[in-house]
Design a binder for this molecule. Structure first.
Ligand code: ATP
Length: 131
């Protein structure tokens, strides 16, 4: 059976490089499943969880947005930040979530609401993997 070579890369370096049977990602248009021999594509990714399947195992990676490049035998995820479950600090994510929620409750004009909304999504995404 053919497999996909998967790389997850951030500005801090590669997070993961391995072969998998299937990759499920949340593109801007919705969830897509990539199997070997998929047609080539490039797509933005939402702040979301990428699921990498191998046999009965699934590795989950918190992706803070970015891009996915698909070639028939290779998937590259380029993300501003990405963490596998064992690298997620739950306390830090909870604190980030609380900070973002407080900012969003503040109705003053000085709050960058889009930035706070993104921070909230990143924190919820990280917590979802750990739940
Ligand atoms: P924080 O406010 O806690 O920094 P953030 O969402 O603003 O959260 P990012 O800008 O997405 O953080 O990431 C900055 C760096 O910190 C990245 O290397 C990312 O992998 C890491 N990081 C952020 N939050 C966590 C977390 N809860 N657990 C592990 N690593 C994290």
């Amino acid at each position: 059976m053919s497999t996909l070579e998967v790389s997850v890369v951030t500005p801090e370096g590669p997070i993961l490089e391995d072969t998998y049977d299937m990759v499920v990602c949340k593109a801007d248009t919705g969830e897509i499943g990539i199997l070997p021999k998929h047609i080539p594509l490039v797509s933005p990714l939402q702040i979301s969880i990428a699921r990498l399947k191998k046999g009965n195992d699934t590795a989950e990676i918190a992706i803070s947005g970015g891009f996915m490049e698909v070639q028939p035998d290779k998937v590259t995820i380029l993300a501003q930040s990405a963490e596998t479950a064992d690298h997620i600090d739950v306390l830090r994510a909870r604190e980030a979530k609380e900070r973002a929620e407080k900012r969003l409750q503040d109705k003053s004009d000085t709050v960058d609401r889009i930035r706070a909304e993104h921070a909230l999504k990143r924190a919820i995404n990280r917590l979802e993997i750990k739940s």
